[in-house]
Every structure is written in structure tokens, then in C-alpha cells.
Write a protein that binds this ligand. Structure first.
Ligand code: COD
Ligand code: ATP
Length: 199
């Protein structure tokens, strides 16, 4: 029987770093962020709904969604964020489930769903077990500011739009602590892979 694992964390906590390690081990990854980009491409239902809800001001000259602009709206307004979530999340969920079922039908033994908002959106029923990639707040803030070239204020707005990582620890079946080096993270993942027979 297939094992479906939900990989979660916070923004810039190291999910992609861990999911790339899993990919290198040959594990199948379904990435919610990648799907969330696809379902808002021009011509998709969610695209039309976003333009209707947020106006044409959030479009770039090539008619694609200006993600920086939309981000600067939704990360500073819970109301707008919930509105965007209500448009995008059902389409993401549907696509993730379809991909998961296809992999299961093809006999894949382990499937990892990389979902940043797994706990916030109460999606744990989609998976058998959960892994949290944890970093402390200061490290998360610094890595996010460096990676996305964000001001402290913008980085904090993004972090604060999610459930605090500390509150996710008791909700997860396993925690990978990513404050240290990449190598230290890899060692924790290898130990967990052995324990859970991830292959
Ligand atoms: C707001 C948007 C336009 C910003 O785009 P941008 O390219 O700058 O960021 P990207 O999509 O790569 O997301 C980066 C990270 O931001 C965080 N994040 C994204 N959306 C949200 C949200 N609605 N609430 C909390 N955190 C979020 C996640 O940790 C994600 O990994 C975009 O994130 C979006 O459309 N979000 C709504 C869909 C969503 O919730 N996606 C997350 C997983 S389904
Ligand atoms: N152990 C580590 N040591 C140093 N830098 C790290 C470590 N882990 C991750 N990083 C860096 O921190 C940043 C965030 O990591 P990563 O992209 O893996 O996070 P993420 O959780 O996938 O983020 P998001 O969901 O926002 O895309 C990246 O620039 C990455 O290179």
C-alpha cells in the first residue's frame, strides 16, 4: 500500500531543501506551490475569479498576474488573503488529489505532498503522516529576507500570515530541525527515511 506524506513548514523554513533531498532519493513530490502557480494561469477559472475579485490592476502588461503586487495586498490583509485562498485553494486541492491518485494507481510506494499550509488549511486527511520542517523565527526571517530580497517588514508580514511554526510542532508526526547546516538536515531526513521505510 502507498504511503502518502505531507511535508510542511513555514515560508522559507526549508521545505524545498528537504523535498529536493527526497527527490534525489527517487521519491515522488507533489508541490502545492507549483500547482498554485499553474491554476492561476491565464485561461483558468481561478485566474478569471482573481481578476474579478482584485481588479485588472493586479495584472502585468502581458496579462499574467503580478505576484509581487498581489502578495503585497494579501500578506497585509487577512480579509484579502482569505478571499484569494477561497479562489485558489479548492483548485489546488483538486489537482493535488488527482495527481496523488494517479501515482497510487501506477503503484508508486511513497508520495510526498509538499503543502506549506497543510495545518492552516486542515488538509491532513489528504496524507497518512506529516513531517514539519522547523526553523526558529530569527533564522526564518533572515533566510526569507536574503532569499526574496525583502525588507524586514515585508518578510514579517509573510511569516505572520501563517500559523507560528512552534504551534505546528505538536501537530506533526515528525520534525526536521533546519536551523543547522544542510548536512545536519540531511542526516535527520536519512534517519527518518529509515524509520518510516521511505523508498
Ligand atoms: C500571494 C501570491 C500571489 C505570492 O506569490 P509569490 O510568487 O510571491 O510567492 P509563492 O507563491 O512562491 O509562495 C511563497 C510562500 O508564501 C507562502 N504563502 C503563499 N500564499 C499564502 C497564503 N495565502 N497564506 C499564507 N502563506 C502563503 C507559502 O509559504 C509559500 O510557500 C501567491 O503565493 C498566491 O497566489 N498565494 C495563494 C495560494 C496559496 O495559498 N499558495 C500556497 C500553497 S497552496
Ligand atoms: N540548513 C540551511 N542552511 C542555510 N540555508 C538554508 C538551509 N536550509 C535552507 N536554506 C536556505 O533558506 C532559504 C529557504 O529554504 P527553502 O527554499 O528550502 O524553504 P521553503 O520552505 O521551501 O520556502 P518557501 O515555501 O517559501 O518556498 C533558501 O534560500 C535556502 O537555500
Amino acid at each position: 500500500m502507498a504511503l502518502t506524506i505531507g511535508l510542511t513548514g513555514g515560508i522559507a523554513s526549508g521545505k524545498s531543501t528537504v523535498s529536493n533531498m527526497l527527490k534525489d532519493m527517487g521519491i515522488v513530490i507533489i508541490d502545492a506551490d507549483v500547482i498554485a502557480r499553474k491554476v492561476v494561469e491565464d485561461g483558468q477559472d481561478a485566474y478569471n475569479q482573481i481578476v474579478q475579485a482584485f481588479g485588472e490592476d493586479i495584472l502585468l502588461s502581458d496579462q499574467t498576474i503580478d505576484r509581487t503586487k498581489l502578495g503585497s495586498i494579501v500578506f497585509y490583509s487577512e480579509e484579502k488573503r482569505l478571499l484569494l485562498n477561497s479562489i485558489v485553494h479548492p483548485a489546488v486541492r483538486k489537482q493535488m488529489l488527482a495527481e496523488k491518485e494517479e501515482y497510487i494507481a501506477n503503484g508508486t510506494s511513497t508520495i510526498v505532498l509538499d503543502i506549506p499550509l497543510l495545518f492552516e488549511s486542515k488538509l491532513t486527511s489528504m496524507v497518512d503522516r506529516t513531517i514539519l520542517v522547523y526553523v526558529d523565527y530569527e533564522t526564518q526571517l533572515k533566510r526569507l529576507m536574503d532569499r526574496n530580497n525583502l525588507s524586514k517588514q515585508d518578510a514579517e508580514a509573510r511569516i505572520n500570515s501563517q500559523m507560528p511554526l512552534k504551534e505546528k510542532i505538536p501537530l506533526a508526526d515528525a520534525v526536521i530541525y533546519n536551523n543547522g547546516t544542510i548536512e545536519e538536515t540531511r542526516i535527520q531526513l536519512q534517519a527518518l527515511s529509515k524509520e518510516w521505510d521511505i523508498q
